[in-house]
Design a binder for this molecule. Structure first.
Ligand code: F6P
Length: 531
């Protein structure tokens, strides 16, 4: 599609002017004073997800210019092309159709194939959940990256829905400490291994799968066909490994977009077929919103536009994600792959180096834990880091008092980031832990917060399969939006190849000690690691 890159548009030039005139110095406190309706003006309701965008460094004109930018970059046509199955992953010659995985039966591309596999793996999941028949107590998912992070994030997030007779384990690292710790204490006769790998060639997964099979045999396991199941696009390799039960998916599903496919098998076993279908339905509802809502009310698009505004105009280099729900403890790790593997690119579709920043660093921890670790830097550090709070109105536990405290903390943090504290206010306060001999005026400067630090707060009513599906789909489409504007390919990952190839060259050298031809540092380290 002949769509311009963001920096080659008139809207980009207009945004630059707007940033210099009104954007750089926008003060959130003044903006709220000027406009008492600011909260409502910047509130967006998408399926299952409410967003308060009012604490972002934007005014109505900013969003107007950003929407112009999206139009000029033909974002909506690009979105429609993706949803229709055009081969938008041009460097790999593939369509990008994770949305087809959650379209209702009879809708969307490849529906028959998608629903055939979905029915099959959900039926299998139900068999496993029938513990009297299956005999399982433990499920071990062996996979890495997109074949691990989705299920590893969703299973604890939906803990309230998880089968109480089953324990779930995730092994990803080639580091043998990972699988050794998981296998310790497991009973081979009661353990199901899922070998999840799109390619079925990934070094880490294959090493762990072989280790699991050897452990299984050494611990009295006999029925490999019952205890090992495969999820892959490479059915032949799975069969060669000795796996007879395999669920497939397709090359038009990117690894980091694959939790909706059979890669979600551990999730389906954990929460059951009906809840898995609700997860898909929530994602589909967000897909419909992304496909149909006008730009100015389209939540994933607005978030993607904000990412461009912050990265390319304010030049913020990272975004912190703070889910105020312990179940979402793996969400930042999941988003790291989703965003940074998708948009960590330096050339556009034509191979031309982009003259602006692309993916921010995405990082975070659940609240309130992060508050007692790195929030100091968010409040008083020299870098401005937009924060994304995720609050869940209703808890799935009976400790109402603790949930109220959690929500108060969440609100307090975004408030503190925005309001800050002046030196005068600090001066007027008593600080019980401050040194009595320290100059009070200097102390007040240590206790000053500049404020005006931006944040977004996302609110879910409850963390359910449906709302989690919608939330994750929202993130996927947001990544698409910023990637499309930047003109990069969000769906390949060539950046992981070089390290893999060099590792294969170094492997025999670690065994033999041959350091000939290596750079001095690698040669020195090789020697150090062998002696
Ligand atoms: O890290 C590179 C990558 O290809 C990811 O994109 C993918 O999710 C992961 O490796 C695992 O790949 P596979 O599912 O083929 O084992």
């Amino acid at each position: 599609m002949n769509a311009p890159r963001c920096d080659k548009t008139e809207a980009w030039a207009a945004l630059k002017g707007h940033f210099e005139a009104h954007g750089r110095d926008l003060d959130l406190r003044e903006a709220f004073t000027r406009d008492p309706g600011r909260f409502d003006a910047f509130a967006v309701q998408a399926p299952e997800v409410f967003a308060d965008l009012s604490k972002n460094l934007v005014d109505v004109a900013t969003l107007h210019f950003l929407c112009d930018l999206a139009r000029e970059c033909r974002l909506e046509e690009r979105r429609d092309a993706m949803l229709a199955g055009a081969p938008i992953n041009a460097t790999e010659g593939r369509p990008v159709l994770h949305t087809a995985l959650r379209a209702p039966r009879g809708n969307g591309p490849h529906s028959q194939d998608v629903h055939g596999v979905l029915d099959a793996f959900l039926a299998y999941a139900e068999q496993v959940r029938d513990l009297a028949r299956s005999g399982f107590t433990d499920v071990v998912n062996i996979g890495i990256g997109g074949s691990d992070l989705g299920p590893q994030m969703v299973v604890p997030a939906l803990d309230a829905y998880v089968h109480r007779g089953l324990r779930f384990h995730f092994v990803s690292n080639v580091d043998g400490h990972d699988i050794t710790a998981v296998l310790r204490g497991l009973d081979a006769k009661r353990t199901l291994f899922i070998v999840a790998s799109k390619t079925f060639t990934t070094q880490e997964t294959m090493a762990n799968a072989h280790a699991a099979r050897a452990w299984f045999a050494a611990n009295g396991g006999t029925d490999t066909a019952h205890h090992f199941v495969g999820v892959t696009t490479n059915l032949k390799a799975a069969a060669e490994f000795g796996i007879t039960t395999t669920f497939g998916f397709w090359d038009w599903v990117g690894g980091r977009y694959s939790m909706w496919s059979a890669i979600g098998l551990p999730v389906a076993i954990a929460i059951g077929a009906e809840n898995f279908r609700a997860l898909l339905a929530g994602a589909h509802a967000m897909d419909r919103h992304f496909a149909a809502a006008p730009l100015a009310q389209n939540l994933p698009i607005l978030l993607g536009l904000l990412d461009v505004w912050y990265r390319n105009f304010h030049r913020f280099t990272s975004r912190s994600v703070a889910p105020y729900h312990q179940g979402l403890k793996r969400l930042p790790a999941y988003l790291q792959q989703l965003e940074m593997e998708s948009n960590g690119k330096q050339v556009d579709m034509d191979g031309e180096a982009v003259p602006f920043g692309t993916s921010p660093v995405v990082w975070g921890e659940p609240g309130t834990n992060g508050q007692h670790a790195y929030f100091q830097m968010l409040h008083q550090g020299t870098d401005v880091i937009p924060v994304e709070f995720i609050a869940v109105k209703r808890a799935a536990h009976p400790l109402a008092d603790q949930h109220t405290k959690l929500l108060a903390n969440c609100l307090a943090q975004s408030q503190a980031l925005m309001l800050g504290k002046s030196a005068e206010a600090a001066m007027a306060e008593r600080a019980p832990t401050a040194s009595a001999s320290f100059d009070p005026a200097v102390l007040a400067r240590h206790r000053t917060f500049t404020g005006n630090r931006p944040s977004t707060t996302l609110v879910l009513d409850a963390l359910t399969p449906r709302s989690l599906g919608a939330l994750i789909a929202m993130y996927e489409h947001r990544v698409f939006t910023s990637g499309a504007l930047w003109g990069i390919n969000s769906f390949d990952q060539w950046g992981v190849e070089l390290g893999k190839a060099l590792c294969n060259e170094l492997l025999p050298r670690l065994a033999s000690g041959d350091a000939s031809g290596l750079d001095a540092s690698t040669a020195g380290l090789l020697k150090k690691l062998r002696t």
